[in-house]
Design a binder for this molecule. Structure first.
Ligand code: HEC
Length: 288
């Protein structure tokens, strides 16, 4: 009887041990798979060799470090993990990436990896850098490529409305100071050009935003920038209308109305410009 018991126990322990070892192997294999997925779909923007990885996140292949970052991964809880949320909703890799979003299977691997506690891959299992998960490059149609390229002109285009609105305020100040009617011609020209520039910048901005992928705080900054920018474009056109349609002689109601509108327009263009640069350099880029 004792012999029998010992045998059973030994067998049971052996079975359990084997099972544990197998689970370890599974975990490592799952982690290796996730690393392969990240290698194929994330390293263009978050690779360790990049001098300036996107979102200051340049260690996507270091699963141990990724898993340790509670902002990205809540071990055992894919639904609470931002990283899973991003790949699930296809915010990452974004619309501007040269690789397609994760396939259903790939998403499922990431989900199971986090659910399993986000284990590290076995050290020997690092795949060669060429390993691919079938994440072939997306072939963008020419028109889409051209559109994406056009959108990249948005930042440079915004210099026109920004500078022109500010110079228009300056010229309008001179008109008021000197009381010389001839300044009105200058102000009109500046405001009309500012409005044309603003409309162009808004159009390019919408295109540019389509091809970028912002998440978290940046996404809400983009929201504000987008709508304030659109509003600024409309307001610049209103200013141009007020300057050119009315007679706008010094001392008239028309002129006062225009003056107020212009000041508001300049303020709007300034705030919108600040939010736009915050998307690139961060909200604190004017910190001392
Ligand atoms: C085409 C470029 C691109 C690709 C490919 C890409 N990302 Fe991103 N990623 C970005 C950009 C840009 C940001 C910064 C967004 C921001 O600041 O709002 C970012 C931010 C992140 C962040 C948040 C960093 C932080 O702390 O704010 C995570 C996490 C992330 N990416 C994960 C991934 C994962 C996982 C993949 C692959 C499945 C991936 N990304 C693929 C461009 C990319």
């Amino acid at each position: 009887m004792r012999f029998f018991l010992t045998c059973t126990l030994t067998l049971l322990l052996a079975a359990l041990g084997g099972r544990a070892a197998e689970t370890d192997g599974d975990a490592a294999r799952l982690a290796g798979r996730v690393r392969e997925i990240f290698e194929a779909k994330c390293t263009d923007c978050h690779g360790p060799e990049l001098p300036r990885p996107k979102g200051k996140f340049g260690y996507v292949l270091d699963l141990k470090r990724v898993a340790a970052n509670a902002d990205y991964i809540v071990r055992g809880h894919p639904e609470k993990s931002d990283l899973y949320d991003m790949v699930f909703k296809e915010d990452m890799p974004g619309e501007d990436a040269s690789v397609p979003p994760l396939t259903k299977d790939e998403k499922e691997s990431v989900r199971r990896w986090i659910e399993a506690g986000a284990p590290a891959p076995a050290p020997a299992e690092h795949p060669a850098p060429t390993a691919s998960t079938g994440g072939a490059e997306i072939k963008m149609p020419v028109w889409k490529r051209a559109l994406r390229w056009l959108g990249r002109l948005h930042p440079v285009s915004t210099h026109f409305p920004v500078a022109l609105m500010f110079v228009a305020v300056f010229a309008e100040g001179l008109a008021w100071w000197t009381q010389r009617p001839s300044w009105l011609q200058t102000v009109r020209l500046l405001v009309v050009l500012a409005a044309l520039g603003a409309v162009a910048a808004v159009g390019l901005g919408w295109i540019n935003a389509y091809f970028t992928s912002y998440v978290g705080q940046s996404a809400s900054i983009l929201g504000w920038h987008r709508w304030l920018g659109t509003g600024t474009g409309v307001w610049a056109v209103v200013c141009a209308g007020l300057a050119t349609l009315g007679k706008c002689e010094e001392g008239t109601k028309d002129r006062q109305r225009f003056r107020g509108a212009l000041l508001l327009g300049a303020a709007l263009v300034g705030v919108t410009g600040f939010l736009g640069s915050a998307l690139i350099y961060g909200l604190d880029h004017y910190a001392w």
